[in-house]
Design a protein around this ligand. Structure first.
Ligand SMILES: NC(=O)c1ccc[n+]([C@@H]2O[C@H](COP(=O)([O-])OP(=O)(O)OC[C@H]3O[C@@H](n4cnc5c(N)ncnc54)[C@H](OP(=O)(O)O)[C@@H]3O)[C@@H](O)[C@H]2O)c1
Length: 358
């Protein structure tokens, strides 16, 4: 089969002819159909987003058809359309450990252990490939997906599911005023769609890229865009004006920023008893005053990946049209030219995605 392989961090991502991965106990053999290539994949390949277990077939997420299941697998069936999460848990209740397969990311404190090393050594088939063999716990059956009119759009389900994990953790309810930081990104765009689907009365979409923000504002009259100027005070004032007061929920889906200013502008916008959820890739220390967090009784939560149940709920909402994907733009790339695909992905933002159809 053809696959995008990464020999080591910093080496180029290349297309290679490799042996089909062999099915083994606990595993599912998949024919990949549509896999989102995240905007930051080139940066990740160059080492800008942490360690990856290499050499590897790269790639996380995607939609696939099940070709075979191991004898001990009961979660999915041959011929079904499934979502790949790439999110593998150790299953040990006492000290749970989590890793992402074919990608960067270790849960908890982010440090490798003998267990995380073993998990990433055993399962080394990412989804930027014609076929993948993955643990059964990392796939979710999507009944009815075969009949979905625009299958390449389903490649956005993993991103939507991760954003849904954050929205669920915010305990947002219908009527809430929601602020999404980094809304011009793909994760932030997903969070905007979810907040609209959940009945937000207003969604303030904060970002820099004017084109993406315009597109979000065109989605629904409840969306107000704020173009960040990256000064905490000015951004907080602009967010406050767009919310028309204070926010019930703030979701931070920013990529790596040079300062914590925009995240803190979000913090400044949360109402008393409100919630802020950190979902993005910011690697800054936040200067949060103890007294403010305490007196405003703010709930500050982290959100990393999501449960299979959350992913399934997202599928049901997409299937029913509650999450509206009509505005999602898809650029498909084939497997022959990884460098061009990564460059295209980097240029593609907001509610536009690049999808590999291997
Ligand atoms: N928690 C989880 O489970 C999870 C899972 C997957 C990914 N993530 C994280 O989610 C983050 C966002 O993903 P994505 O695909 O949406 O990334 P992205 O396309 O790179 O978008 C990042 C967003 O951050 C904004 N941004 C980047 N640098 C900025 C800066 N210096 N100042 C102000 N805004 C800045 C971008 O604004 P413009 O585009 O307008 O410039 C865009 O809105 C990633 O960094 C990733 O690490 C988290």
């Amino acid at each position: 089969m053809h696959a995008w392989t990464l020999d080591s961090i910093g080496s180029p991502l290349v297309v290679e002819e490799v042996a089909d991965p062999a099915l083994r106990s606990g595993g599912v053999s998949l024919r990949m159909r549509a896999v989102q290539v995240p905007a930051y994949t080139r940066v990740l390949v160059e080492g800008g987003r942490g360690s990856i277990a290499t050499p590897t077939v790269l790639g996380i997420g995607g939609i696939a058809t099940v070709e075979q299941v191991a004898d001990d697998v009961t979660t999915v069936r041959r011929g079904e359309t499934v979502l790949c999460t790439g999110f593998l848990r150790s299953g040990r209740v006492a000290e749970p450990e989590e890793v992402l397969l074919g990608w960067t990311g270790i849960g908890g404190r982010g440090t490798t252990t003998d267990t995380t090393d073993r998990m990433r050594r055993l399962w080394r088939n990412g989804t930027f490939a014609e076929r993948a063999v993955v643990p059964a716990s990392t796939v979710v059956a999507l009944p009815g997906a075969d009949a979905y009119a625009d299958p390449t759009k389903l490649a956005f389900l993993p991103w939507l599911s991760v954003a849904a994990g954050a929205v669920e953790r915010s305990e947002m309810t219908a009527g809430d005023r929601v602020v999404v930081l980094g809304a011009s990104g793909q994760m932030g765009g997903a969070a905007v769609l979810l907040a609209l689907a959940r009945g937000a009365s207003r969604v303030v979409a904060v970002g820099r890229d004017a084109g993406s923000l315009d597109r979000l504002e065109a989605l629904d009259p409840r969306v107000r865009a704020v173009r960040s100027v990256s000064t905490r005070g000015d951004d907080a004032a602009a967010i406050g004006a767009a919310v028309d007061g204070e926010a019930d929920v703030v979701i931070d889906a920013l990529g790596p920023t040079p300062t914590p200013g925009l995240t803190m502008a979000g913090f400044d916008s949360v109402r008393a008893d409100g919630t802020m959820v950190l979902l993005g890739g910011v690697r800054q220390t936040l200067p949060i005053p103890y007294g403010e967090l305490m007196r405003r009784r703010i709930t500050l939560r982290g959100s990393w990946m999501c449960s299979e149940e959350t992913a399934f709920r997202v599928w049901r909402q997409v299937q029913a049209g509650v999450i509206d994907l009509r505005s999602l733009g898809v650029v498909t790339v084939d497997i022959d030219e990884p460098a061009a695909a990564l460059a295209q992905a980097e240029r593609t933002r907001g509610l536009s995605i690049v999808v590999l159809t291997p």
